[in-house]
Design a protein around this ligand. Structure first.
Ligand code: GLN
Length: 253
């Protein structure tokens, strides 16, 4: 039986807007596809065995929590970068997406050092970027939409050569100006989209499972699943993101 091991980093500190639901979606879909899953939660100071990690998940966090976990990540930086270069899958949302880059300068001017895994940097802007978002994601041919919820002060800028996760259709994305959202580097996906993201974008869940399996030379044999509920949730989120009422609410924050 195919099996993967997921390390869930800092669940007590990084879990905004239902990010933990991503783990539930990964587990449940893996189970439906007949893939065994072991989940290892790690809090600051805990052990991460990168040689045994197939997929690493980190959720979003407030600046104070980001600072705390960034401190813990410092000593793991080179091991983590090595694992990423070797093909480990990483899925990082919002606060931890920011930590994949060079640095994050918070609203109070504090500089939090990043993991320097991907060529990006983040600086807080004067107004939070809040609301439901829709992006067009080219990880599939033809591209597929991803829907999620964003709430961030940080503006992230990608250095030349780093691919975004997608193009913004509705929402702010990385910085509210260049229409990019998230980033993809090797098997690393960073995104501002909370939600939780994976339950209503099942193709991204399967994408992550496939990457994690192929990293250990295991084949992803997808079961035929009835995804009608997930599609309904996806389409409802698109309608909500596009509604005028929602846009009016989200610009107020
Ligand atoms: N503290 C970061 C910001 O405001 C990340 C927030 C989050 O993870 N939602 O930009």
């Amino acid at each position: 039986m195919a099996a993967i091991r997921i390390y869930h980093l800092y669940p007590a500190h990084l879990n905004l807007y239902g990010d933990r639901g991503n783990m539930l979606a990964l587990c449940r879909r893996a189970e439906w596809h007949g893939i065994g899953v072991e989940i290892i939660p790690v809090e600051p100071g805990g052990r991460i065995d990168f040689a045994r990690c197939d997929l690493l998940f980190m959720g979003g966090g407030q600046d104070s929590d980001q600072k705390l976990v960034a401190e813990d990540l410092k000593s793991r930086k080179s091991e983590m970068r090595q694992a990423v270069e070797g093909g480990m899958t990483v899925f990082a949302v919002c606060g931890s997406y920011q930590l994949l880059g060079q640095y994050y300068i918070t609203g109070s001017g504090e500089k939090i050092e990043g993991l320097e895994i991907a060529g990006l940097y983040t600086e807080a802007g004067p107004k939070r970027l809040i609301g439901n978002a829709v992006i067009n994601c080219p990880l599939w041919k033809p591209p597929r939409t991803l829907v999620g919820f964003e709430n961030h002060a940080g503006r992230t800028y990608l250095e030349p050569g780093l691919e975004p996760l997608g193009k913004v259709i509705i929402g702010a994305g990385n910085n509210g100006t260049d229409k990019t959202e998230g980033a993809v580097y090797k098997n690393v996906i960073g995104t501002y989209l909370h939600g939780s993201l994976l339950p209503k974008n099942p193709w991204l869940t399967d994408y992550l499972l496939e990457k994690a399996l192929s990293f250990r030379n295991q084949e992803f044999k997808p079961a035929e699943l009835d995804d009608s509920m997930e599609h309904q949730a996806h389409d409802a989120a698109i309608r909500l993101a596009g509604s005028r009422r929602h846009r009016r609410l989200s610009t107020r924050a």
